[in-house]
Unconditional design. Structure first.
Length: 435
């Protein structure tokens, strides 16, 4: 099998060359931030660090971590954009913000230079999944201020692929456009890919008869969750790929065409660290911990040692695609702040999703609910089943959850239409516990 690259030379470079390049660019971004960025001037001064302290790539640990709450607090104190700006506001040309699912939305600006950098990162990710200039890419929803699909849109420009915007239409109109324009790649959340499949089925349309060969996903996990992945493959007859990224750092990952259940960290553009989420101490080699990222191409508003809060499992074995970048097995396993502590057990919602999802079929939906009963924390899963589906599956789900999580989790059936559908991403976990 021939594998595609955006820049094969750097994507297959030796470890020494990768780290030499990282060190050179780290020194540059630290020097620029130290001299010209008010946020980092203060942050470095508070921690007693200067660019002179960074003499090797290992010295990155001398730099302080960056936390999302710091950015939120800075923007509240210095509205609207905060002080993490390198240069005049007149230099900035793009505005985006986080979805606000973990607190106050964070605003982020880009200059022409750093927006082009985002586009190149996206192109590297897209090429890794096998997207080429021959593809026709359909974007079946309005992006709003969230950066992910704007980045993919820019990546399509970098690659030279034809991009079609489908915002403003209803789902059926979008499906018809996919057929009419012989679309080969659909870029949307996994939630919406499944929603489109439901609408297609309701209207007697078989998406497997379209020209779509790939679905490309951002905004939420899905392409690396077996139950979700299998639903998309079954309904679309297309292969799903993940586009890993964060507003605060950029598109850091590559889901290559040699892997179904792992992604690469783009180490040409990011420095990756693995740490113990409780102590902040580094974890060397392979293992599971919290991902920390430093982007190397966005000097306009850097993210240096950003604690992502994402739990990952690192593998450093050579991939069949030929890339020498490290891999994250299973992508994002869960969130440090999303872990549920229940009766002494630590559970990630993604762990529950993996169990429940494999039992539900197209047109069915579920939600995980944490609540308080008799002063005790409890969990339940509410499921919307098709009208003709018997309740027997609920008992099967509950048994499998007990085997996986080792605690009792309730499973209930709710009427059709109870769980809200979305054109963007679904809300799988609802926390109703008393504070």
């Amino acid at each position: 099998m021939t594998h595609a690259y955006f820049d094969k030379e750097i994507e297959t470079a030796s470890r020494k060359r990768i780290e030499d390049g990282q060190f050179t660019r780290l020194r540059r971004i630290v020097e620029i931030a130290y001299k010209h960025n008010p946020f980092y001037k203060k942050k470095f001064a508070d921690h007693g660090v200067t660019p002179a302290d960074i003499r090797s790539i290992d010295n990155i640990t001398k730099l302080p971590y960056l936390y999302k709450k710091e950015i939120q607090e800075d923007q509240r104190a210095n509205p609207p954009f905060g002080t993490n700006l390198t240069g005049s506001l007149e230099d900035y040309v793009r505005y985006h913000q986080t979805t606000g699912t973990t607190g106050t939305p964070v605003r982020w600006l880009d200059t022409k230079e750093t927006w082009n950098w985002r586009g190149r990162c996206a192109a590297m990710s897209m090429c890794g999944s096998g997207i080429t200039a021959k593809d026709i890419i359909f974007f079946p929803f309005a992006f709003g201020p969230h950066v992910a699909y704007w980045g993919i849109w820019q990546g399509a420009w970098e690659i030279g692929a034809l991009a079609i915007a489908g915002g403003g239409w209803d789902t059926l109109q979008r499906i018809k456009s996919i057929f009419e324009n012989k679309v080969t790649v659909v870029a949307c959340t996994p939630t919406y890919a499944i929603r489109m499949a439901e609408v297609a089925k309701e209207n007697g349309i078989d998406l497997r008869e379209s020209s779509v060969r790939m679905t490309f996903h951002a905004g939420e996990p899905g392409a690396l969750i077996p139950s979700v992945r299998n639903k998309i493959i079954e309904s679309w007859g297309a292969k799903p790929f993940d586009y890993p990224g964060m507003t605060e750092v950029g598109n850091y990952g590559i889901h290559c065409d040699a892997q179904d259940m792992s992604i690469h960290v783009n180490e040409a553009e990011f420095i990756f660290e693995l740490i113990d989420p409780d102590t902040g101490n580094p974890i060397k080699g392979e293992g599971t911990g919290e991902m920390v990222l430093t982007n190397l191409g966005r000097t306009s508003s850097p993210s240096i040692r950003f604690r992502t809060g994402d739990v990952v499992n690192v593998k450093r074995s050579q991939c069949a695609c030929g890339r020498t970048f490290l891999s994250l097995e299973g992508g994002i396993i869960g969130r440090v702040d999303g872990m549920i502590c229940l009766r002494g057990m630590n559970i990630f919602p993604s762990q529950i999703e993996a169990v429940v999802g494999k039992h539900l079929i197209m047109g069915e939906e579920f939600q995980i609910v944490a609540y308080t009963s008799k002063a005790m924390g409890e969990l339940k899963v509410v499921c919307e089943l098709l009208d003709d589906r018997p309740d027997d599956v609920l008992g099967t789900i509950q048994k499998d959850l007990m085997d996986s999580a080792e605690i009792r989790i309730g499973v209930e059936r709710v009427p059709r239409g109870t769980i809200e559908r979305s054109d963007y991403k679904s809300k799988k976990f609802v926390d109703m516990r008393e504070q």
